[in-house]
Design a protein around this ligand. Structure first.
Ligand SMILES: [Zn+2]
Length: 348
């Protein structure tokens, strides 16, 4: 089974100069679409679940779906990641379930809504790092807050990441990856016009990467919200207002400056909803759920294939042998977990 830690997957991406999409899953069709896309494009992949997805699937259903993905596609390196853990307990339970990576989002308090202070963020993130690294699991932290709300998570306020503070944050917590706030937001309504340099602070990525060349940077809220997906929904009775996402070229610019993980959720949601609406508008006598879930799966797969190709992860699935979590535990224990990205992991 090619279950890998996210740290290894991102280290390899840094060495190869590409980005890896982290795609949210909630149900079987999404997991299948994602894995078919990864298999077809020969891509390593991050399969991630939000707190909301875990609640929706009663945890066990989702973890078994994710494990099925690993089992059915042994040649695809897969990292299972907890997206936006709202407390250390959420991260610990994810680790217990078999996730190989967790995000402790201490930028917000445990209610998932109220922006926290720096000391709180450092304390909870550090706590998760100590626990996770002791069992070989990767940790992503977040500094600054994104706009928008995702699965009830988010303050709705934007606080851009301060590059100087980011250096302190990484030093004090020991995280593997840092989610940066550069003006993107969660959900479909990111921008009311095509984003320009003053709303999307790509220069911040560059500044943070210069100061933290050995920390993998993560872009959240990075769906591109393609017009054709929105148009399909609206052509079949939907009412999505005019909206713009993050242009793929901006993400590719980020990848050239240290972005290794790119979170995409909305684009697959749009693809699925459009396909279901279209299918239901077809044969009105049809009532087999597979008649609309199958096209939904196909539509999502097309989005995943496109993003995997654009982010550069396509073709890299066979580049390396997956390390076990035990090997990763030794890697952290040897304190070689720092300053090693861009090179293959070497164990003592
Ligand atoms: Zn996010």
């Amino acid at each position: 089974m090619a279950l890998v830690s996210m740290r290894q997957l991102l280290d390899e991406a840094a060495g190869g100069g590409y980005g890896v999409g982290a795609f949210n899953v909630n149900n079987m069709e999404q997991v299948q679409a994602l894995m078919e896309a990864a298999d077809e494009t020969r891509s390593p992949v991050i399969v991630q679940a939000s707190r909301g997805a875990r609640t929706y699937t009663n945890d066990r259903f989702l973890i078994h779906l994710m494990q099925a993905a690993v089992e059915v596609y042994p040649d695809v390196p897969v990292a299972l990641h907890q997206d936006h853990g709202d407390s250390p307990e959420t991260c610990f339970s994810a680790i217990e379930q078999g996730f190989t990576s967790v995000m402790m989002d201490g930028s917000l308090l445990a209610d998932g809504k109220t922006p926290s202070d720096f000391d709180y963020n450092v304390a909870v993130t550090r706590q998760v790092v100590e626990h996770a690294h002791a069992v070989g699991v990767t940790v992503e932290g977040e500094l600054g807050t994104l706009g928008g709300i995702e699965d009830g998570h988010g303050s709705g306020e934007v606080h851009l990441t301060d590059p100087e503070q980011a250096v302190d944050f990484v030093r004090l917590t020991g995280i593997d990856a840092l989610a940066v706030a550069i003006g993107t937001s969660h959900g479909a309504y990111k921008f009311s016009k095509p984003p320009t340099g003053d709303v999307l602070a790509m220069n911040l990525i560059q500044e943070i990467h210069e100061r933290l060349p050995d920390t993998h940077l993560v872009m959240h809220g990075s769906s591109s919200v393609p017009k054709e997906l929105v148009d399909t929904i609206n052509a079949y009775g939907g009412e999505i207002r005019p909206t713009w996402g993050v242009p793929v070229e901006e993400i590719q610019l980020g990848i050239r400056h240290g972005v290794r993980k790119i979170n995409v959720d909305t684009d697959a949601r749009l693809a699925m909803t459009g396909a279901v609406r279209k299918a239901l508008a077809g044969d009105a006598g049809e009532f087999d759920p597979r008649s609309y879930l199958k096209p939904a799966r196909e539509a999502m797969k097309a989005v995943y294939v496109e993003r995997m190709t654009q982010f550069g992860q396509a073709g890299h699935a066979g580049d390396y042998e997956p390390k076990t979590l035990e090997e990763m535990r030794q890697f952290y224990a040897a304190d070689s977990g720092r300053g090693r990205i861009g090179t293959r992991l070497e164990l003592r």
